[in-house]
Design a protein around this ligand. Structure first.
Ligand code: ADP
Ligand code: MG
Length: 559
């Protein structure tokens, strides 16, 4: 039998690809700049192995220019260039990646700065351009060639003039339509923004001619507009720098520059992981709760970079919900990206990184608690509620991670304490961790139920947050001490015989108690004498798991 090859209608394929891979048009620039950076990288690697070649850092750059009148946007690089065959093979064959081939050939050498791998990024140019022209001269060649395409219907190649080695990509930007705007891709300000967003940490300078107002020479108070060539990108990512070269101020500036928040970070965490998975990360614990934090609008996530190129603005898989307040970025070479370089397949590396990050955040919070108590309390006031939700959600699966991070206001000096602190200073005869729920500390302190426990000299945790008691039910016990609500029937205190109401006291008042229960119309299960009251005549107590406060909350919840 003869095996036949699949054929594809390349025109249709191309249209499908251009219009369905990417969700944002603006990433075309990311793709072209990444290609330019790869091209320079290739020269760099060549120079590493070829003793006759010198790599002068300043000779290598990427330049982005616009021509409003002709509606063109040009991306020029001083990289390795393409021969006629390479233009045919790399730009004429969809899904062929010269960069991937280069990486494979040069595996032995350190080739992992190269970004390309899928062989489709280039075509993103057709999302914004009617015509794409590529003028290129390959390293070691005397000839230059011009490749040109109007998109789906094919391309032409002819020889042309070009002095220096490298590539020039000229996009004829589409006209605005009713639905789509394209003019913005000719505007310096917008282009700068896109470069900053996706390509800020490309290792080579990305230059643009920027309009600047300058005082006019010889004339006072008059300005003239001049074009000045500026490097737009920062080039060296802060996360690749050595921790001890960086000051808190550097991190704070990064936080502000990246607009992670308008506040100052309370703490930064810089990770350079070199183990099972290689990645760099800079994480921040913000100082304040973002205004939309406890709403549906808030989106958790970290920025995800692959080799310094932004892949995803908010990668939510990197953070568990209970650490959703953490801001920052992760850069890794090890990710298996999908073709659009936007989404990730459910990736083992990503799962590993996420786990790693989770543990790191936890240990950093613990050290904040230990070494910077005041800052920790500030953190907990801002985000503690999230941690308590974290304990409660997922059936308490994360309680081990989170319980040591919790704090509650204690009856002792009305200060925040951790469970560990509470338990470690319990008197020997105290069996339970006592808590009292209520709307506010004031109201809790007026609860008759508290008196007996306090009189014993036991500390009581004040639960003023709806979630508190639910979270604690998930923890059940801490260091083998169970939690007990002060309003529960059996407080585990009345051990002395004299503390129990006598039979006489019960029987003498039997009629009165029955009458009371009758008046309360069976809203209470029964009325009985109690020794727990000191200055109050009466109090409510509960039996079983649910306390009065929990019932209130459950009743208030929408069904
Ligand atoms: P990828 O970058 O994933 O390989 P692209 O579609 O972006 O895919 O590019 C296809 C190929 O074209 C690249 O692998 C590279 O070999 C070549 N190429 C693209 N742009 C340039 C450039 N500016 N200089 C040299 N080669 C380039
Ligand atoms: Mg590419």
């Amino acid at each position: 039998m003869i095996k036949k090859e699949f054929r594809a209608e390349s025109k249709r394929m191309m249209e499908m690809m251009i219009n369905s891979i990417y969700t944002h048009k603006e990433i075309f620039l990311r793709e072209l700049i990444s290609n330019a950076s790869d091209a320079i990288d290739k020269i760099y690697y060549k120079a590493l192995t070829d003793n006759d070649m010198v790599f002068n850092q300043e000779d290598y750059y990427i330049k982005v220019t616009t021509d409003m009148a002709n509606r063109t946007l040009t991306i020029t690089d001083t990289g390795i260039g393409m021969s006629k065959e390479e233009l045919e093979n790399n730009l004429g064959v969809i899904a062929k990646s010269g960069s991937l081939a280069f990486k494979k050939e040069n595996e032995a050498k350190d080739g992992h700065n190269i970004i390309g791998q899928f062989g489709v990024g280039f075509y993103a140019a057709f999302m914004v351009a009617d015509v794409v022209t590529v003028i290129s001269k390959a390293l070691g060649s005397n000839e230059a060639f011009k490749w040109e395409s109007h998109g789906a219907d094919g391309y032409t190649i002819e020889s042309c003039d070009k002095n220096s080695v490298g590539t020039e990509i000229i996009l004829k930007i589409k006209e605005n339509t009713e639905d789509d705007q394209y003019d913005e891709y000719l505007e310096e300000y917008r282009l700068r923004g896109i470069i900053k967003k996706y390509s800020d940490f490309i290792r080579f300078p990305i230059k643009m001619d920027v309009k600047e107002q300058r005082p006019k020479e010889g004339v006072e108070n008059e300005f003239e507009e001049v074009l000045e060539e500026q490097t737009v990108n920062s080039m060296v990512p802060i996360w690749r720098k050595n921790k001890n070269e960086l000051s808190t101020e550097d991190y704070n500036n990064f936080y502000a520059e990246k607009r992670y928040g308008f506040d100052k970070p309370l703490k930064h965490i810089h990770i350079s992981a070199d183990g099972a998975v290689v990645y760099n990360a800079i994480l921040f614990i913000p100082e304040n709760t973002p205004f939309d934090y406890y709403t549906k609008e808030y989106e958790k996530g970290l920025e995800l970079y692959s080799n310094g190129v932004l892949i995803m603005e908010k990668c939510s898989d990197l953070l568990p919900d209970y650490f959703g307040f953490v801001k920052g970025m992760v850069d890794s070479e090890d990710l298996s990206l999908n073709i659009s370089r936007e989404l990730l397949q459910h990736d083992r590396q990503l799962t590993l990184i996420a786990k790693n990050i989770k543990n790191k955040i936890k240990s950093q919070l613990l050290s904040l608690l230990k070494d910077e108590r005041e800052n920790y309390e500030q953190f907990f006031t801002a985000f503690g509620r999230q941690l308590k939700f974290g304990v409660y959600n997922d059936y308490g699966m994360n309680k081990d991670t989170l319980q040591d991070l919790l704090m509650f206001t204690s009856s002792k000096e009305k200060k925040l304490v951790t469970l560990d602190e509470y338990v470690s200073r319990m008197p020997e005869d105290q069996k339970f961790i006592y808590y009292a729920s209520g709307e506010s500390i004031d109201r809790i302190e007026k609860l008759p139920q508290i008196e007996l426990v306090s009189d014993k000299g036991y500390e009581v945790l004040y639960f003023t947050d709806d979630i508190d008691e639910f979270a604690i039910k998930m923890i059940m016990s801490y260091k083998e001490k169970e939690f007990k609500s002060v309003s529960s029937g059996d407080l585990g205190i009345e051990t002395d015989a004299e503390d129990k109401p006598t039979e006489e006291e019960e029987s003498d008042n039997k009629e009165l108690f029955e009458a009371m229960a009758g008046i309360l119309n069976n809203k209470v299960k029964n009325v009985k004498a109690s020794k727990r009251l000191k200055t109050h005549p009466v109090c409510l107590s509960t039996e079983g798991e649910l306390t009065i406060e929990m019932e209130k909350i459950l009743k208030a919840m929408p069904n």
